[in-house]
Design a protein. Structure first.
Length: 224
């Protein structure tokens, strides 16, 4: 198969693999390249096909006599470290050269492929790889909800009494002495403070009631 100079100019087997161009990959293999070649950074056609999820190309590459799915780049990443889908991972792990041993290979940062997938948020891939690393705990696992020590109503009273002011930049700032708040909760004194605050609010509300205002008006000098 012939290719134009435009197609070949600035191209190489790694770029061809990244683009999913199996025809070009075959051309380079037939003209002196090897399926195990790596560039200056250790990047291989396996990394390229895996990271761009070129399934058919990966099938072709793994079928080559000297295929090696365990090739690592200069960061220690294998093709499995840059894989994004379960289907691609299944292909790599099924290959006799790399196989399930890929799941135990760590990169230069000491990270397994499952950790790399977890950091990227590939949830389905992480769940699949857990079959090979059952003791792995996801770093993105939901943290347990911490139950508040005080009720929402009590907290609202504390916030109501907090200092609301503007800082030097003109931004509104709510100043709550959290250390003091935690201390009151720990010593069981918050209930009394809240009760007092409620009493003050009740008296203020009573003072603003229609009956109260009417009584005050009738007692004012000069009232008619």
């Amino acid at each position: 198969m012939g290719f134009s100079n435009e197609e070949l100019e600035g191209n190489n087997i790694f770029i061809a693999a990244s683009d999913g161009r199996q025809d070009l990959v075959e051309y380079y293999l037939a003209n002196g390249c090897s399926v195990t070649d790596q560039d200056d950074l250790g990047y291989s056609v396996f990394h390229a096909a895996a990271s761009y999820n070129h399934i058919s190309l990966m099938l072709f590459l793994l079928a080559q006599p000297n295929a090696n799915a365990a090739l690592a780049d200069h960061d220690g990443d294998t093709a499995l470290h840059v894989t994004e889908t379960v289907e691609m991972a299944q292909l790599l792990l099924a290959h006799e050269t790399g196989g399930a041993a890929l799941t135990a290979m760590r990169n230069s940062e000491g990270k397994l492929a499952i950790e790399a997938a977890d950091e990227e948020g590939f949830v389905e891939l992480v769940e699949f790889l857990k079959e090979f690393t059952p003791d792995y705990t996801s770093a993105n696992a939901s943290e347990p909800t911490i139950q508040p020590s005080i009720s929402e109503e009590e907290l609202m009273h504390v916030l109501t009494a907090a200092d609301l002011h503007e800082n030097e930049d003109g931004e509104t700032v709510l100043a709550v002495n959290m250390e003091r708040l935690h201390d009151l909760v720990a010593r069981g004194q918050l209930d009394g403070i809240v009760a007092h605050q409620k009493d003050v609010e009740a008296r203020e509300a009573a003072a603003q009631s229609p009956n109260s205002r009417s009584s005050e008006k009738n007692g004012e000098p000069g009232a008619r």
